[in-house]
Write a protein that binds this ligand. Structure first.
Ligand code: COS
Length: 384
């Protein structure tokens, strides 16, 4: 399908695809097995100017938006959904600054992220606050010119590897969701340490750790927006980054589909390639339909967001649900096409199924997304 990308978007897509095919695909299995963080790939993305595709030109980026970010994530994820996350997780950690940072904060942090010199991460989730994001317990107390942070964030993508962390903490418990605030916390701030690296089922090249704040003092000027805006910072960020998860899922699905097609043309049973059997052909057709439908929704959602639309929670959630459910179905079916070989670790396909699973869970489970969609629909219908 031709999505009528601009010349620049086409270039971004092709560059990311080339890096995926030539640099990521050959190391994907090794990095998955060993849980290695892809520093070399970040360097390559930086040298190719891709780290800042979604950051404004005045801060050293390419001036694109959610769509450009998603094009990169999709292509990198075709080769490895874990390695792509060093880039995508940085986007998640950076959007709070893009959306809510003041001029000084933007000037201080965005250029180094755009150049790939620094990675970012987003700290919202806690042990008892996953789907219920308003249940966070981490506190930030103003003491003179500093905020003092205490608490532990869990399962933070790029934890320990990132240099810049955007963190949501409670500044006034009596105000509920209106009592949270968002902060920028730099790595190596005294009182800020990391828990052990998590041993995950998939996306194993990505680093997931706890962020531990123990009387961690940060300058008052690291507050993003105003006190009380933390929940809104988180929600508006997630509205913009969930299409990135969708793009990751889309890339994983596309990569699995390509492997399955290649295999079906080579694998001979009953004297002919299995691609000549209708049972396989129909599975291929269904995979292709689901992938293309997901891509159409993800791309259009990204364009809608980048057009300056005000509210896109529903569309963003729809794109994430559609693409991540597709990734799970397509990777499962790709293994089915490849039979016993698909189940073995020698082929890159079982990894894609493991990588796909998280896209139905993180940045809000698909059940939470369905809640968001339904509530928005009810609001829309009430207005009619
Ligand atoms: N944009 C702007 N404002 C939003 C918003 C959005 N997308 N979503 C909620 N808000 C506002 C609401 O309007 C409400 O404002 P008021 O206090 O003025 O009424 C406030 O935020 C609280 O919203 P709500 O009452 O809907 O909050 P809930 O506690 O019911 O939680 C969900 C809402 C479930 C949607 C939220 O907790 C969520 O997104 N959970 C998943 C979290 C997640 O994605 N975790 C992954 C971690 S990051 S990897």
């Amino acid at each position: 399908m031709d999505y009528f990308l601009t010349e620049e978007q086409q270039m971004i897509k092709e560059l990311a695809a080339k890096i995926a095919d030539e640099k990521i695909a050959p190391i994907a299995i090794e990095y998955d097995e060993q849980g290695k963080f892809p520093h070399e790939i970040i360097k390559i993305l930086a040298d190719s100017d891709l780290c800042g595709v979604y950051i404004a030109e005045e801060y050293g980026g390419l001036g694109g938006g959610v769509f450009e970010m998603s094009l990169v994530v999709e292509q990198l994820s075709r080769a490895c959904g874990g390695i792509s996350l060093a880039f995508a997780g940085t986007g998640l950690g950076t959007f709070p600054i893009i959306l809510f940072g003041n001029e000084e904060q933007k000037k201080k942090y965005l250029p180094d992220i755009a150049s790939g010199k620094k990675l970012a991460a987003f700290g919202l989730t806690e042990a008892n606050a996953g789907s219920d994001a308003a249940g966070i317990q981490t506190t930030a107390v103003l003491a003179g010119d500093e905020y003092v942070l205490n608490g532990t964030k869990q399962w933070i993508t790029n934890g320990g590897e990132a240099d810049v962390y955007t963190v949501v903490a409670c500044t006034n418990r009596s105000k509920g969701a209106r009592g949270f605030s968002a902060f920028i916390v730099e790595k190596d701030t005294p009182g800020f340490t990391f828990g052990k690296k998590e041993n995950k089922m998939g996306i194993r090249a990505s680093c997931t750790r706890e962020l531990v704040f123990d009387n961690c003092r940060i300058p008052r000027e690291n507050l993003l927006s105003k006190e009380g805006m933390g929940f809104i910072v988180a929600m508006k960020t997630l509205d913009r980054t969930r299409p990135g998860v969708a793009a990751q899922a889309l890339g994983i699905a596309q990569g699995a589909f390509e492997e399955a097609v290649k295999y079906s043309k080579q694998r001979v049973q009953f004297g002919q390639p299995i691609s000549s059997f209708q049972a396989i052909q129909h599975m291929m057709a269904d995979m292709a339909i689901q992938i293309e439908a997901s891509r159409a929704l993800v791309y259009q959602t990204c364009k809608f967001i980048d057009s300056g639309a005000k509210n896109f929670s529903k569309e963003s959630a729809m794109a994430k649900v559609m693409a991540s459910d597709t990734a799970m179905k397509v990777t499962t079916d790709a293994i089915q096409v490849m039979g016993g070989y698909g189940y073995m670790k020698e082929y890159p396909i079982e990894k894609k199924m493991r990588d796909a699973k998280i896209t139905q869970i993180y940045e809000g489970t698909n059940q939470i997304q369905r809640n968001v969609i339904a509530l928005e629909l009810i609001k829309e219908l009430a207005g009619k």
